[in-house]
Ligand binder design. Structure first.
Ligand SMILES: Cc1cc2nc3c(=O)[nH]c(=O)nc-3n(C[C@H](O)[C@H](O)[C@H](O)COP(=O)(O)OP(=O)(O)OC[C@H]3O[C@@H](n4cnc5c(N)ncnc54)[C@H](O)[C@@H]3O)c2cc1C
Length: 499
């Protein structure tokens, strides 16, 4: 064990949860000594080369941490700025109905409509949230609108948080111009200026009351070098804020449970993943989805009735290859059509279930235990059927879907969609289900028998340990979660000295 550093506050993880918390707490308390410990490296903007093979190094397990049953791959970044360094920038306020549920069922009374509005008016201005201008819509987005409108499905425009976006389309490989207003651009420069110390390549193994046990490893080639030699260290802090994301905050708590004397059986439980399928239709000619902004429209038409959203999407060749069905020659045939691909992302609202959880193996590594229930399966099928209808209405000639009787589906199949896209063709071991919106695992709530953290984010049964990221969500927020994480982080920062 090497020497020990001492801080007033240590924040574990530099994603939007950790960075927003640090921004708020350092604004009001200039005299506090604060450090962020980040397991990932510091990739500088100039290192973002837009090559998929290189830039997936920013993610845990190159972008897909597989669930134990191998049915879903979870994407989260292991880099300074966390997933906000690779996210698309789609900005949603949390739905009022979900916030009511969080107030009524989990005692999160602070999430009043007034508090959320006041917080998000301020936050959205700071991170430059705005509606996408129509002139940025590429053919992929226009086709979605055309197809949906033909079917009478109302389409809405997405809001994003960018400034001077050059529409390069490489959001998920790091923004080379810094247009995307994630933690790397908004909070991290400010907190560095206020004297907050950031240690990259510094993985938190476990925490004890007022103590953080870490392992520092060498900075990977092409990233900023460390200020500390590699090795194990113990840092001291009056308050410790876990913001290591859903894959890791619960794992840190589980690795620390014995020393902390934590008996809470809810740690790691009730994760939701917002399971997604990225589906593709083949249009009559090349549509260059990489031009303009990748996604500008969506529909929430099926949200209340059938539990899903449809958003437009665009992915790089490697991810697209992973997302498409087929093998060998049949798979090559799909990929040959890459330039003509219209894409729709299906996002299903899954339930928070006790057995869906983060656990750890004998070495302390994260295990994602996740199965979809009958309701989610039904929603996925209905979403695939509706996506298929939109592809055909947009004049796609062929469609490749994960749960259809045959591949590809062609125009003549449009009249028998409910027969040929059904649950009996859904083999979850052969479909590329993915998640970029993990939530829960250290849920917040008034009742410790049903939660891990109290309504100020403090871990029940501890004196100095808090959570401040998407792990706090008691259920799925149903929309892309970035803004909701920021509201919770702001609240934890505002109240940390009151508890
Ligand atoms: C490709 C992609 C696109 C997305 N697009 C959108 C979008 O358009 N809109 C939207 O709302 N959401 C989007 N999301 C989701 C959104 O980015 C995340 O929900 C959000 O950024 C999560 O923030 P967080 O702070 O909870 O966790 P994270 O961002 O995961 O941050 C956790 C941080 O902790 C670090 N860490 C982990 N373990 C340790 C440890 N042991 N010690 C120290 N540090 C550790 C990680 O490296 C990471 O930096 C997207 C996600 C992905 C992956």
């Amino acid at each position: 064990m090497k020497y020990s550093l001492e801080f007033d506050i240590i924040v574990v993880g530099s994603g939007v949860g950790g960075a927003t918390f640090t921004d708020y707490i350092s604004r009001e308390n200039a005299d506090l000594k604060i450090a962020i410990l980040e397991s990932g490296p510091y990739f500088l903007k100039q290192n973002f080369n837009q090559k998929e093979i290189d830039m997936t190094a920013m993610y845990f397990n190159r972008g897909a941490v597989l669930s134990k049953n191998l049915q879903i791959g979870v994407s989260a970044a292991n880099t300074l700025g966390g997933s906000s360094a690779v996210f698309t920038g789609v900005s949603f306020r949390p739905p009022k109905s979900v916030m009511k549920k969080w107030r009524d069922n989990f005692g999160l009374d602070f999430l009043s409509e007034e508090y959320i509005k006041q917080s998000l008016d301020e936050i959205e201005e700071e991170i430059s949230v705005h509606e996408l201008p129509n002139r940025w819509d590429n053919e992929n987005n226009r086709l979605f609108e055309k197809g949906a409108e033909k079917l009478g499905i109302p389409v809405k425009r997405l809001k994003i948080n960018t400034k001077d976006c050059k529409q390069q389309g490489f959001c998920n490989l790091g923004c080379t111009t810094g247009a995307k207003q994630g933690a790397l651009e908004v909070q991290i420069p400010k907190i560095l200026e206020r004297g907050v110390k950031i240690f990259c390549n510094t993985k938190v193994i476990s925490v004890e009351e007022n103590l953080v046990n870490v392992l520092v490893t060498d900075a990977p080639k092409g990233t900023l070098t460390n200020t500390m030699a590699s090795g194990t260290y113990q840092f001291k802090a009056k308050k410790i804020i876990l913001a290591a994301g859903v894959l890791n905050t619960p794992a840190i708590l589980l690795r620390s449970a014995i020393k902390l004397g934590l008996k809470n059986k809810n740690i790691g439980r009730y994760i939701t993943l917002h399971p997604a399928f990225n589906t593709n239709g083949i249009y009559t000619k090349a549509i260059s989805s990489f031009k303009g902004f990748p996604k500008s429209v969506y529909t929430d038409h099926f949200s209340e009735s059938d539990d899903f959203y449809l958003e437009t999407s665009f992915y790089f060749p490697g991810v697209t290859a992973k997302n498409n069905p087929g093998y060998g020659v049949s798979h090559q045939e799909v990929m040959n059509e890459y330039s003509k691909m219209m894409s729709i992302l299906i996002l299903v609202h899954d339930d928070a279930e006790r057995n869906n959880r983060i656990s750890i193996d004998k070495k302390g590594n994260t295990i994602v235990n996740y199965s979809i229930n009958g309701k989610t399966k039904k929603a996925l099928i209905k979403a695939l059927q509706e996506a298929a209808k939109i592809f055909f209405a947009a004049d796609c000639e062929k469609i490749f879907l994960p749960a259809s009787k045959k591949l590809p589906l062609v125009k003549e199949d449009a009249d028998i969609i409910s027969d040929i896209i059904s649950e009996k063709y859904l083999n979850l071991f052969k479909t590329p289900m993915s998640s970029a919106h993990p939530q829960g695992g250290a849920r917040m709530g008034k009742d410790p028998s049903n939660a891990v953290c109290d309504t100020n984010g403090k871990v029940y049964g501890t004196n100095s340990i808090y959570v401040c990221d998407a792990s706090l969500f008691p259920t799925s927020v149903k929309v892309n979660p970035y803004e909701t994480i920021m509201v919770l982080a702001k609240w934890v920062a505002e109240n940390i000295f009151k508890t």
